[in-house]
Design a protein around this ligand. Structure first.
Ligand code: ATP
Length: 310
């Protein structure tokens, strides 16, 4: 697959603050690429440099083969950007704002459809200044998509949304990806990255600490998985303790708890089936992106920059 975005050795400082320090990554066409990290990690600065809104100190950036600064006009037509703190004119109504932005593009999106999927249709006549935080957020996502972009950059798109609106937005993003749009998703929500992203760059203190699929990052965290189930009949623990990857087999009431690594659930289910045992209430607890982040940085995602090891 060709690269939609190539960033190599990007650096950006503000005075003595190194916001982005030698960041490199490639986003493949058609994927949802997550940039996940705590507040202040340098995520916004990275994507704003990538789309030409900030001038890097160093580094090379190409978006669909274009240079974000030299080819600004061309890029504008094919890249949609949802900015974190976008402020729009208060005395304009939702529908007017969308129509205005739509007029900037040659092949824009269908407004009715866009407003429908983002839950804005009932608010088209509401003034921007009267919108709740959640609706402003949805409008900013709509504005990133109104030009039918080939690449969409969404920065903290679900911040301030209630759980249902977050899930609706995730479904919308799935639909946008299905249309072949490449999406860069900046987030500090682990569940959002796990749910949506094909690959994730973990960013901390201006550096990319790892890039992989969410599962790949979790596996690399080296945290043991657990399989819990209720067996249909009693069995000798040796049935499972001898399996590759199994570290321990414990009993918790009627549950059996198997701890280990690798393809643990498959191995356990196959061994039980071969012995004619069914597993009820089967649950797999595996490592997640939070575990991966802790492994790579020594601190939790929600901790502000400054704590933990360097
Ligand atoms: N315009 C600016 N002037 C000075 N410092 C800035 C500016 N923009 C960002 N910074 C600083 O650069 C660092 C990275 O900020 P950035 O906004 O890129 O991080 P982030 O990961 O997107 O965090 P957040 O989610 O809080 O925006 C922070 O220390 C921030 O305070």
């Amino acid at each position: 697959m060709p690269a939609a975005i190539e960033v190599s050795h990007l650096r950006k400082t503000y005075g003595s603050t190194i916001a982005v320090d030698d960041v490199s990554f490639t986003v493949t066409e058609g994927e949802i690429f997550g940039i996940l990290g705590p507040n202040g990690a340098g995520k916004t600065t990275t994507v704003e440099c990538a789309v030409g809104l900030r001038i890097p100190d160093r580094g090379r950036i190409r978006v669909l083969g274009l240079d974000p600064r030299a080819d600004r006009e061309q890029l504008h037509a094919i890249v949609g950007v949802q900015l974190q703190a976008s402020t729009l004119p208060g005395p304009l109504r939702v529908g007017e704002i969308l129509r205005l932005f739509r007029s900037f593009y040659r092949e824009p999106a269908d407004l009715g459809e866009l407003m429908g999927t983002l839950g804005l249709a009932d608010h088209r006549d509401v003034y921007y200044k009267s919108l709740s935080g959640g609706l402003k957020q949805r409008l900013s996502v709509a504005l990133a998509l109104v030009g039918n972009p080939r690449v969409a950059v969404l920065d903290e798109m679900t911040t301030g949304l209630d759980p249902q609106a977050r899930r609706d937005t995730w479904d919308l993003i799935d639909g946008v990806r299905d249309r072949g749009v490449t999406i860069v998703l900046v987030t500090h929500y682990m569940d959002e990255a796990e749910r949506l992203c094909d690959r994730v760059a973990l960013v901390d203190r201006g550096r990319v600490v790892a890039i992989d699929t969410p599962e790949g990052l979790a596996d690399r965290a080296g945290v043991d998985k657990q399989v819990r189930f209720v067996p249909s009949t009693r069995f000798d623990d040796h049935l499972l303790t001898g399996l590759p990857g199994v570290h321990s087999v414990e009993h918790d009431g009627e549950h059996v708890v198997v701890t280990g690594s690798g393809e643990l659930a498959n191995a356990v289910i196959l061994a039980l089936a071969a012995a004619g045992i069914q597993a009820r209430d089967l649950r797999l607890d595996s490592a997640n992106l939070e575990d991966a982040f802790v492994e790579f940085t020594g601190r939790h995602l929600r901790e502000p920059a400054g704590k933990g090891r360097r």
